[in-house]
Design a protein around this ligand. Structure first.
Ligand code: GDP
Ligand code: MG
Length: 441
């Protein structure tokens, strides 16, 4: 998906302005990409419509390229759709004991999430939590919750054989009140597929417990199916929030968008692993970045650029101050320049570099050369990059051929490197009170 999008936006990035047709073309690809990320068809369609009207109405201007702007618009629309109202981590658990009902298909991560959430409430909010397993189908599931409870230091309702889920829920309620618990969590049984019995059981439990929160646990790796599950549970049981598990896997999270768009239910938490602390509150930004796969560009447009570039520049300056400047450093610098859209930007960031900029230019440097110069460095071996002095005639020929350039071009590059390295050395020798070290403070 991200490759596909990158391709499209690369094409757009290279153009000077963004026409309506360009937006349409790009969004056609975005639509396909969303579908590939398991976003359901009607949701993808709606989403594209929103973005299209927004993008077309908006002038493409200023410091970002048109392609980057489209990415940002797409991203923002995604975030907007994904974001629920209020703080996703704030559960309604006043008036103790507050019941939380956990529902979902078998294997979605209900039991694990129940324990993770209990731990979170205990650790972060100092709540006394009681957990109860209502999974009478599988005795092992009740054991599982008891074991997790011991592990995280949260009480579980003692297991009594022969009870049905409603009886267990009633006992949990009584026990929670008597025991002075703030919250009691009901971990229900699931099935592989939604069926009438599963729903009836969950509804019966809901009716006795009257849950303050009913959290639907959904495996983030399931695609289209997640929407049906969410719709069904919400219609029949009434869901107050969704937990997406297995987001540590490589699913793209398209289900999140569909579920959110179709059910309108807020996504509350995200499961990021099997460990008990692998639960985080839902951050629409992160999921949007994942669905789109273009977090980099979005960050760029959001001016994270400046910090990133500054950090890189600082790292390089540290090396320079030590008199180190090999071909890898040069390559890094050329790539920086490329990202910054030419040399002005980078030089501008570094105090006292104006003079060097001129020397580099005199050495036959122009911005169009960047790509070719980087290609030449890429054709060098690791050793050659670390130690350019190794570059004798035959090696030069090989590198020039490998990068489709002439040996004379390579010589220019080497000369540029030498001049820069010399200057670095001089600056490095300026010592403690030196300009570079001053600049780094
Ligand atoms: P339940 O049948 O819905 O109660 O599902 P479980 O809680 O028993 O979880 C099923 C499996 O999924 C277990 O092996 C869990 O460790 C695993 N699991 C649950 N949540 C996550 C998660 O966020 N990431 C990963 N990688 N595994 C998870
Ligand atoms: Mg379970």
């Amino acid at each position: 998906l991200s490759e596909r999008l990158s391709g499209v936006f690369d094409r757009l990035t290279k153009q000077g302005s963004l026409s309506e047709e360009d937006v349409k073309t790009a969004l056609r690809e975005v639509r396909v990409a969303l579908l590939e990320a398991d976003v359901s068809l009607p949701v993808a369609r709606d989403f594209i419509k929103t973005v299209e009207s927004r993008a077309t109405g908006q002038a493409v201007t200023k410091s970002v390229t048109p392609g980057q702007q489209v990415v940002k618009i797409v991203h923002d629309a995604l975030v907007e759709t994904l974001r629920g109202e209020g703080d996703p981590g704030a559960l309604k658990i006043d008036n103790p004991p507050a019941p939380i009902l956990m529902v979902g298909l078998q294997g979605s991560g209900k039991t694990t999430t129940t324990a993770k959430l209990a731990k979170r409430l205990k650790d972060r909010e100092g709540k006394r939590v009681l957990m109860a397993s209502l999974d009478t189908n599988r005795p092992a599931a009740m054991e599982q919750l008891a074991i997790l409870g011991k592990q995280i230091g949260v009480d579980t309702l003692p297991i009594v054989k022969g009870e049905d889920p409603v009886q267990i829920a009633k006992r949990a309620k009584t026990q929670a009140a008597l025991g002075g618990y703030d919250v009691y969590m009901l971990d229900t049984a699931g099935r592989l597929h939604i069926d009438a019995e599963l729903i009836a059981q969950a509804a019966a439990v809901r009716d006795v417990a009257n849950p303050r929160e009913t959290l639907l646990v959904v495996d983030g790796l399931t695609g289209q199916d997640a929407v049906n599950v969410a719709t069904e549970f919400d219609d029949k049981i009434g869901v107050t929030g969704v937990v997406l598990t297995r987001m540590d896997g490589d699913g793209r999270g398209g289900a999140a968008l569909s579920m959110r768009a179709i059910t309108g239910k807020p996504i509350r938490f995200v499961g990021l692993g099997e460990k008990m602390d692998a639960l985080e509150t839902f951050e629409p930004d992160r999921i949007a970045g994942r669905i789109l796969g273009m977090g980099d560009i979005v960050a760029l447009v959001e001016k994270a650029q400046e910090t990133i570039e500054a950090a890189e520049a600082e790292k390089m300056m540290r090396r320079m101050a030590k008199g180190q400047f090999n071909m890898n450093d040069l390559k890094g610098q050329l790539e920086q320049m490329q990202k910054m859209g030419g040399m002005q930007g980078l030089m501008g960031m570094m105090p006292g570099m104006g003079k060097m900029a001129k020397q580099v230019e005199d050495a036959g440097f122009d911005d169009k050369m960047l790509t070719r110069q980087i290609a030449m460095i890429q054709s060098m071996t690791k050793k050659e990059r670390a130690n350019p002095a190794l570059l004798q005639a035959s090696r030069k020929k090989r590198i020039a051929a490998g990068s489709g350039m002439d040996v004379s071009d390579l010589n220019k590059l080497l000369k540029m490197h030498r001049q820069m390295a010399d200057m670095m050395k001089k600056m490095g020798k300026m010592g403690k009170g030196g300009m570079l070290k001053q600049a780094m403070k």
